[in-house]
Unconditional design. Structure first.
Length: 117
């Protein structure tokens, strides 16, 4: 079982910046992919950004050029720097990790990001 300590988020005006961090309670070798998701209009969680242990990244089109995901493998921590935030970015952001071998998925409890217009 992987647990997370999430921090960051909060309230910001449109155009502002926020950062999120998430530390997993496991070893670096156990985690293949880490990232962030948020609820989509249909209710399912949509990818915001993910990063592999080798630093390969994937971004949602809606956040490309504005958000940057990074990872510290020594701390098993993933970060999300969010710039030029828009009201549509308002959501609960969930930390995500997938184990390297078994492909088991784990989710954080979520952290609220609110962008006012």
């Amino acid at each position: 079982q992987v647990q997370f300590v999430e921090s960051g988020g909060g309230l910001v005006q449109a155009g502002g910046s926020l950062s999120l961090s998430c530390t997993a309670s496991t070893t670096t070798a156990s985690v293949g992919v880490m990232g962030w998701y948020r609820p989509a209009p249909g209710g399912q969680r949509e990818l915001v950004a993910t990063i592999t242990s080798g630093a390969r990244t994937v971004y949602a089109d809606s956040v490309k050029g504005r958000f940057t995901i990074s990872r510290d493998n020594t701390k098993v921590t993933v970060y999300l720097q969010m710039n030029d935030l828009k009201p549509d970015d308002t959501a609960v952001y969930y930390c995500y990790a997938r184990t390297a071998f078994a492909g088991l998925e784990y989710w954080g409890q979520g952290t609220q990001v609110t962008v006012s217009s």
